[in-house]
Write a new protein. Structure first.
Length: 161
């Protein structure tokens, strides 16, 4: 059994003249990250590894959730392949994961995460919103074999207000 928890970065700010990877979170993105963390804290399954896009907004969202969930930062790896908007690099990254890992968390971007949530899961997700979480399970023993799985849970900030 393999599980992937996809977390889209929080709402980012366009108020700064910076490269895309350097865009920070807006206050709303920070607040939504904390809101999602509070919602999942009681029953969040501890992952074997956490991977984040190198984009500032994804890493900041990752830090908010990891701190709130009291996950050790030794679980975190920054992965360039998660700075992907189509989903193809994220899918290839997932397929190449070490098979000793059973549950992983990815922090990244749309359209990639909406595409993968719909491709991999069994529930239609119109759009994974900023700070949105989608938990997927696959009945396989090798990451290279994941395709269609089960959507275990979605947590979207707008449903928590």
């Amino acid at each position: 059994m393999k599980e992937i928890i996809l977390v889209r970065h929080g709402k980012s700010s366009w108020d700064y003249d910076v490269a895309d990877k350097d865009r920070p979170l807006k206050l709303r993105g920070i607040q939504d990250g904390h809101r999602v963390a509070r919602e999942i804290k009681q029953d969040f399954p501890v992952p074997d590894a956490v991977f984040s896009s190198p984009a500032n907004r994804a890493l900041h969202t990752c830090m908010i959730l990891m701190r709130s969930l009291e996950l050790p930062f030794g679980l975190l790896t920054v992965a360039d392949d998660l700075y992907d908007f189509s989903g193809s690099s994220v899918a290839a990254f997932a397929a190449a994961l070490d098979n000793d890992l059973d549950r992983v968390v990815f922090f990244g971007h749309n359209h990639a995460f909406t595409h993968l949530a719909n491709s991999w899961g069994d529930q239609a997700v119109g759009n994974v919103p900023t700070s949105g979480l989608v938990h997927l399970r696959f009945d396989v023993s090798r990451w290279g074999d994941i395709s269609s799985g089960k959507t275990l849970r979605t947590v979207f900030p707008k449903h928590l207000k």
